[in-house]
Design a protein around this ligand. Structure first.
Ligand code: CO
Length: 134
């Protein structure tokens, strides 16, 4: 069911500072920031040869990563995203297997314009898992 790792996401308290570290210290190509009000984050993409790292900064008081950053003030790994061919089929399979899908269970359009769902970290060994249909 799982395909490639699409991206690994890090929550960061200061997107400009994190961008500078990835671009200037680590020498990576970093995109311009994208403001995603419907997801409560501002994001940049660090382009790597085999995958991407997304750096997420909270946007607005209702940001879904605000509580994570309260617990991890200097930032931390927030989720890993795996590619799937058919997100509805993947979701139905996982629900039948007892996994919990966050939100109302319906795919949302993610940061790349593709349908995504998030799976409860307690069902996946402590890691928040995102599935993205590609
Ligand atoms: Co993601």
């Amino acid at each position: 069911m799982l395909g490639r790792v699409n991206h690994i996401a890090m929550a960061v308290p200061d997107l400009a500072a994190a961008t500078a570290v990835y671009r200037d210290t680590l020498g990576a190509t970093v995109s311009l920031p994208q403001v995603l009000p419907e997801h409560g984050v501002t994001v940049v993409f660090v382009e790597l040869p085999n995958t991407k790292v997304e750096l997420l900064e909270p946007l607005g008081a209702e940001s879904p990563i605000a509580a994570f950053l309260e617990k991890n003030p200097s930032g931390g790994m927030h989720h890993i995203c795996y590619e799937v061919d058919d997100i509805a089929a993947a979701r139905d399979h996982l629900v039948r297997a007892g996994a919990r899908v966050l939100g109302n269970g319906e795919p949302k359009i993610g940061a790349h314009g593709k349908p995504v769902v998030f799976l409860h970290p307690k069902d996946f060994f402590g890691a928040l898992v995102e599935l993205e249909q590609v």
